[in-house]
Design a protein around this ligand. Structure first.
Ligand code: GDP
Ligand code: MG
Length: 449
């Protein structure tokens, strides 16, 4: 019964509850979209089950007007897609820094992944990034002794970036990595990036080799490099590496291609390791910190709906602001509300803009009607020093200068600031009431109709 009552009330208020029926189509669309983005089926199911549970019972406003007065229709399904998008962003948002730096001694970063995923390229890009963004002095380690040209490839990249590359011909990868650490300590390099060997598929000898390196050099960071074209295999591959190595992060490469990047989701679901960086081309600077927002839209592939929802939300905000403005103009302008209303005015853009849209109102607003945040803090302190009596009757400050003195002392502001604040308030109240009396003009405020 209580539920039925709530539903009826929500309906009257133009609100709708998300339920199995009204999100059904959207749910199917999202599922399909995630699968098309190459998110693994099990991951899709697990993700959607979580989001659905969260979304059901959420109450949403379903329809509103856009700023230009036309009707924006937003269905419960659209709302659900927006919730999926936001959940996707939250899920892919990483905690902590992308790279964990060692408290003392050089920081180790171990790059692992399948052959051709982009380890060697990413090693050099990451070094370039650390040099540029973190003012670090990295040492690259060529520890892929499988492929004949692997060492040379890294050396060429290192030379072009003026970043040294460490290798000992004929040595095992494990020995090379250990010696590289000694070298870095001796020569003052503060980051060591190990470029390791890969395979076409995960096998035991590779895992043993990587595991031994990990145990010996104890890198603070182990990044799995994943080709974004990997598709459904992302789950198997990342699990294989994670079980033996405990990944701390993922680099998703080749996002300059067509792949929608569903692997970002799969890998996170399976390993808990978030995507930290992305590769968006072959060049050294085609490397970026991972931004969940952009990736969520890409994975979901529903830019239109998500964009629409963003508009919708800004309209709701705008409408709230306009409603607040209405109250203000109707004379509910107390000193107590002064602060929040100034904040609200700032949120609306500028009072000047709004009043400027009303005929004949040019020049009504003093140029400093908008205040910056620091000023706002001062105003807050001043208003808090008012007694209740003074709040009810701000003119008392004009009549009795000793009150101004007391408030100035209490708030740590000069007396002049207190007086000016009172003047400003009185002026604004007068102006608001004047405007409010001419309610016919309000039709020109966008979003109010
Ligand atoms: P590794 O075997 O894991 O070391 O892979 P490589 O670093 O040798 O990269 C394999 C190929 O992928 C090379 O031709 C790279 O130029 C290319 N590659 C790596 N990252 C990217 C990227 O972000 N975008 C594009 N378009 N190509 C990339
Ligand atoms: Mg390589």
């Amino acid at each position: 019964l209580a539920n039925g009552f709530r539903q009826a009330k929500n309906r009257l208020a133009g609100l709708t509850e998300l339920n199995e029926q009204n999100i059904d189509t959207a749910l199917r669309e999202v599922r399909l979209s995630l699968l098309e983005a190459d998110v693994e089926l099990g991951v899709v199911k697990a993700f959607l089950a979580r989001v659905k549970e969260k979304a059901l019972g959420e109450v949403v406003r379903v329809k509103t007007k856009s700023a230009d007065g036309s009707t924006v229709k937003v269905s419960a399904g659209d709302q659900f897609i927006k919730i999926c998008h936001d959940e996707l962003v939250a899920f892919m948002t990483a905690e902590g820094p992308a790279i964990t730096f060692a408290e003392k001694g050089p920081t180790g970063i171990m790059m692992v992944g399948l052959q051709g995923s982009g380890k060697t390229t990413t090693t050099s890009k990451l070094a370039h990034y650390l040099t540029r963004e973190e003012k670090k002095k990295p040492l690259l380690v060529a520890a892929d002794m499988q492929r004949p040209a692997a060492v040379e490839q890294l050396q060429v990249l290192g030379r072009s970036l003026k970043i040294p590359v460490f290798n000992i011909p004929g040595e095992t990868p494990l020995e090379i990595c250990k010696k590289a650490r000694e070298e870095a300590r001796a020569k003052g390099y503060d980051v060591i990036i190990y470029d390791t060997a890969g395979r076409l598929a995960i096998d035991a000898p590779l895992m043993d080799e990587l595991g031994a390196i990990k145990d010996a050099v104890k890198p603070e960071n182990i990044f799995l490099v994943v080709d974004s074209m990997i598709g459904q295999d992302a789950v198997k591959v990342s699990k294989g590496f994670h079980d033996r190595l405990e990944l701390t992060g993922v680099v998703l490469t080749k996002l300059d291609g067509d792949a929608r990047g569903g692997a970002a989701l799969s890998v996170k679901e399976v390993t808990g390791a978030p995507v930290r960086f992305i590769g968006v081309g072959e060049g050294a600077d085609k490397f970026e910190e991972f931004r969940p927002e952009g990736m969520a839209s890409r994975v979901l592939g529903m830019g239109d709906v998500v964009g629409l929802m963003k508009d919708f939300q800004s309209v709701v905000d705008e409408q709230k602001a306009a409603e607040d403005a209405m109250k203000m103009l109707q004379g509910q302008f107390t000193l107590d509300d002064f602060l929040s209303q100034i904040r609200m005015i700032q949120k609306m853009g500028s009072l000047k803009d709004i009043v400027g849209k009303m005929p004949g109102m040019d020049g009504m607003i003093p140029p400093d009607a908008n205040l910056d945040d620091r000023e706002l803090v001062k105003i807050e302190a001043i208003i808090q020093s008012f007694t209740k009596f003074e709040k009810n009757d701000p003119y008392s400050l004009v009549r009795d200068p000793s009150r101004v003195k007391r408030i100035a002392k209490g708030s740590g502001s000069p007396e002049q600031a207190v007086s000016e604040l009172v003047q400003k308030f009185l002026f604004m109240r007068q102006m608001m009431q004047g405007l409010g009396q001419n309610m016919g003009l309000l039709g020109n405020i966008p979003g109010l109709k």
